[in-house]
Design a protein around this ligand. Structure first.
Ligand code: NDP
Length: 307
C-alpha cells in the first residue's frame, strides 16, 4: 500500500495552496483533484479580486498556475477522487476511485462547497453568460445594469445590497412572502432604494440570446406569469459543503460545514485538517480559501514534527 505523509483532497485554491506549502516543506504531498479540477472558481470567467493580477486573470488560468506552482516543488497532483476514507485511527486510510489504497499520516480536506442552483435548463445554458452564484466575483461586470438575485436568506440580502452599489436596479426573487434572513440584513435591503423585492415568486425560465441573459420569466403564487428585464441572474439559495465523505469522522455544524478549532485548520480528529469552503460558510473567497490552505499545510507540518 502506498504511504504518504500528507494527503490533500481537493484542488481549489485551498488544496493547491496547501500543496505548495507542504511540498516546500519536503512533505511530498499527494493531492487528488476530485471531480471538478480547479474547484468552484472554474465555473466563473475572469477573477478580478485575487491579489497580484492588476488586470484580472482567467479563472482556469489562475488555477492552472497554482497547480503548476505546487508541482514545481514536487507535489504529486493526481486526477481522480477519494471514494472512501477511514479516519478512525492513524495512519488514515483512503480508497481512490481507481481502486488504489493510500495510507496517510495526515489528511487535508479541501473539497470545497457547491452553490445550489434551481435546476432549470435555461439556467445551465447561461451559466457564465449572465447566470452566476457569486455576486462578489461577478457583480462588477454588471455595473449600471439591472440584475436579479434569487433567495431570501442572509446571502441573498448581502449580495443584493452589494450589487445595489454597482447596479442600476436589483430585483430580489423570493419564493415566500417573508425573508429567511436576519432582521439586520432585511433592514439593509428595505432601506436600499434600488432593490425591489418580488415576493411569492419562482423563476420559470432564464431568458436570453447568444450574448447572454436578457431577462427572467417569473410565476407569482397568484398564478400571474410575468417577465423582468435583466442582464445578470444571481443565485443565492445556499451552498452545500462537500463534506459527506468525512461526516462520519469529523465534527460538522448543522449545515454540514466541517468545524475547525479557532483560527487553526484542526478538525475534531488529530492529524486531519480542513481548509477552504468546506469549513467556511462566511467568506467563500479564493483568497481566503488559499490562506486557509496555507494554514492547513503549516498545521500538518507542525503535527508531523511533534510525532
Ligand atoms: P439559507 O439557507 O439561509 O437561505 C436560502 C434562501 O434561499 C432562503 O430564502 C430559501 O427560501 C431560498 N431558497 C432555497 N431554495 C430555493 C429554491 N429552490 N427556489 C427559490 N428560493 C430558494 O442560505 P444562505 O446562503 O443565505 O445562508 C447560509 C448560512 O450562512 C445561514 O446560516 C446564514 O445566516 C449564514 N450567513 C450569514 C451571513 C452574515 O451573517 N453576514 C452572510 C451570509 C450567510 P425559504 O426561506 O423559503 O426556504
Amino acid at each position: 500500500m502506498e504511504k504518504v505523509k500528507v494527503l490533500i483532497i481537493g484542488s481549489g485554491p485551498a488544496g493547491y495552496t496547501a500543496a505548495i506549502y507542504a511540498s516546500r516543506a519536503s512533505l511530498s504531498p499527494v493531492l487528488y483533484e476530485g471531480m471538478e479540477p480547479g474547484g468552484q472558481l472554474t465555473t466563473t470567467t475572469i477573477v478580478e479580486n485575487y491579489p497580484g493580477f492588476a488586470d484580472g486573470v482567467d479563472a482556469n488560468q489562475l488555477m492552472g498556475v497554482m497547480k503548476a506552482q505546487a508541482q514545481r516543488f514536487g507535489a504529486d497532483v493526481r486526477r481522480g477522487f477519494v471514494k472512501a476514507i477511514d479516519l478512525s485511527s492513524r495512519p488514515f486510510h483512503a480508497t481512490i476511485d481507481d481502486g488504489a489504497e493510500i495510507e496517510a499520516e495526515t489528511v487535508i480536506i479541501a473539497t470545497g462547497a457547491t452553490a445550489r442552483y434551481l435546476g432549470l435548463p435555461s439556467e445551465r445554458k447561461f451559466k457564465g453568460l449572465g447566470v452566476s452564484a457569486c455576486a462578489t466575483c461577478d457583480g462588477f461586470f454588471y455595473r449600471r445594469k439591472d440584475v436579479a438575485v434569487v433567495g431570501g436568506g442572509d446571502t441573498a440580502c448581502e449580495e443584493a445590497t452589494y450589487l445595489a452599489n454597482l447596479c442600476n436596479k436589483v430585483y430580489m426573487i423570493v419564493r415566500r412572502d417573508v425573508f429567511r434572513a436576519s432582521k439586520a440584513m432585511q433592514d439593509k435591503v428595505f432601506s436600499t432604494p434600488n432593490i425591489e423585492v418580488l415576493w411569492n415568486c419562482n423563476t420559470q425560465e432564464v431568458l436570453g440570446d447568444e450574448a447572454g441573459v436578457t431577462g427572467a420569466r417569473l410565476l407569482r403564487k397568484d398564478g400571474e406569469v410575468f417577465d423582468i428585464k435583466i442582464d445578470g441572474f444571481f443565485l443565492a439559495i445556499g451552498h452545500h459543503p462537500n463534506s459527506e465523505l468525512f461526516k462520519e469522522w469529523v465534527a460538522t455544524d448543522e449545515n454540514g460545514y466541517i468545524i475547525t478549532d479557532g483560527k487553526t485548520s484542526k478538525t475534531s480528529v488529530e492529524g486531519v485538517f480542513a481548509a477552504g469552503d468546506v469549513q467556511d460558510p462566511h467568506y467563500r473567497q479564493a483568497v481566503t480559501a488559499a490562506a486557509s490552505g496555507c494554514r492547513a499545510a503549516l498545521d500538518a507540518e507542525r503535527f508531523l514534527l511533534n510525532q
